[in-house]
Design a protein around this ligand. Structure first.
Ligand code: C2E
Ligand code: CA
Ligand code: CA
Ligand code: CA
Length: 382
């Protein structure tokens, strides 16, 4: 149903012509290809109760379109996504089939570029799930269902807690506990991520003020920033205003970004990060090594801390490739005057390895799970 170039942009008309020609050559005798306009095609496959011809066709189309096209001297990498609806009974209305194909297409794109998906009942349930989260997410702040937990970041040299990462928890009255990995991406999709992000920042600043008034010591708290927040021009002024509002010095706040956070508009991101750095807010690059173009980002962005992703830490003591990656990240960071935090540290052996190799800080279940504010303060006072 939908064909985009490798950047997700609609293709030019020339490319569409090549694609439609390809489609008309690929489908079987007796099947029909129509173009709805734009980059949407519909293929009507006749008489295929076992779906074998349909699946073969989908694979053929994906394979055929995967190649590079030369159009007007420009090389274009084309991938396609295919959503398939199956008409098994005569009762299905055309509108319903189109809707089902759209649902399947959505699923195919979620799996990743260059895939097809067939509409099934189970997928229907998944989408109902997402809609349930969406409907509950809207009122979650008003119903006070969010809470910020704090996971200690520990200096490997001294063993002292030097900071924390703020991690959002959602206990929904209707859905129960929903993990942030599940609802943050949906919040982005539904345009709720800015208001949730503002709530987190306010909660953290209010909490830091309380801790500072209680003389808890120098605790830096790092807040995760979502891509949607970064794309918003109001975010940097908002961060400044919030720090001022709660009387928290900017040096105590850190922001965690990922390569994905800044990929949308890197130039804008550089400007925003510079501004934050100028006022004294620290920037950590999260999940380092799992995204794209890590090194060019490192050069351009004013980053203070690299976080070695948990996926490299997991087997750092047993897998030589992971060990090599961890070592490289540590020396890279130090050569660029950045600190390194290892995340997801769970064992004594990992702590030993990281300490010996000069990693600065660690965060993980080995020391502590994320704790609520009281639990965190109690741990620091110990
Ligand atoms: P992340 O930023 O990579 O956060 C680290 C995740 O690893 C957290 O999961 C943390 O609980 C978990 N973790 C820490 N140490 C260990 C360990 O030793 N073992 C294991 N197995 N896991 C460990 P959590 O809290 O479920 O958060 C998941 C993701 O949700 C975060 O990944 C972050 O991307 C996102 N997230 C959480 N809170 C916020 C928020 O306030 N705003 C935004 N934008 N994203 C958030
Ligand atoms: Ca993080
Ligand atoms: Ca992380
Ligand atoms: Ca991670």
């Amino acid at each position: 149903k939908s064909i985009n170039d490798s950047y997700g942009h609609d293709m030019g008309d020339k490319a569409l012509q090549v694609v439609s020609r390809y489609l008309s050559e690929t489908v079987r005798e007796g099947d029909t290809v129509t173009r709805q306009g734009g980059d949407e095609f519909q293929i009507i496959v006749a008489d295929d109760p076992q779906l074998s011809a349909t699946m073969a066709l989908a694979q053929n189309i994906l394979a055929g379109l995967r190649k590079e096209l030369m159009i007007d001297g420009r090389q274009i990498t084309v991938t396609s996504s295919i959503g398939i609806a199956v008409s098994l009974s005569d009762g299905d209305s055309f509108d319903e089939l189109v809707r089902n194909a759209d649902t399947a297409l959505f699923r195919a794109k979620e799996i990743g570029r260059d895939n097809y998906a067939i509409f099934t009942e189970r997928m229907d349930a998944e989408i109902r799930d997402k809609l349930a989260i969406q409907s509950q997410l809207r009122g979650a702040i008003a119903r006070a269902e969010f809470e910020v937990h704090y996971q200690p970041q520990v200096c490997l040299k001294t063993g002292a807690v030097v900071g924390a990462e703020a991690l959002l928890r959602w206990n929904s009255a209707v859905l129960g506990k929903v993990p942030p990995n599940r609802f943050i991406p949906l919040a982005e999709e539904y345009g709720l991520v800015n208001s949730i992000g503002e709530w987190v920042l306010e909660s953290v600043c209010a909490q830091m003020k309380v801790w500072q008034d209680q003389g808890l010591g120098k605790i830096k708290v790092a807040v995760n920033l979502a891509a949607g927040q970064f794309a918003n021009d109001a975010t940097v002024p908002y961060v400044e205003a919030t720090l001022r509002k709660f009387g928290v010095a900017p040096e105590y706040l850190g922001l965690e970004i990922t390569e994905g956070t800044v990929m949308g508009d890197p130039d804008k991101a550089v400007a925003a990060l510079r501004r934050l750095k100028d006022i004294g807010v620290g920037i950590s690059l999260d999940d380092f090594g799992t995204g794209y173009s890590s090194l060019s980002y490192l050069k351009r962005f004013p980053i203070d801390v690299l976080k070695i992703d948990k996926s490299f830490v997991d087997d750092v003591t047993t897998n030589s490739a992971d060990a090599a990656i961890a070592l490289s990240v540590i020396s890279l960071a130090h050569n660029l005057n950045m600190r390194v935090i290892a995340e997801g540290v769970e064992t004594r052996e990992q702590v030993q390895f990281l300490t010996d190799r000069g990693c600065d800080e660690m965060q993980g279940y080995y020391y502590s799970r994320p704790l609520n504010a009281e639990g965190f303060a109690a741990l620091v006072r110990e």
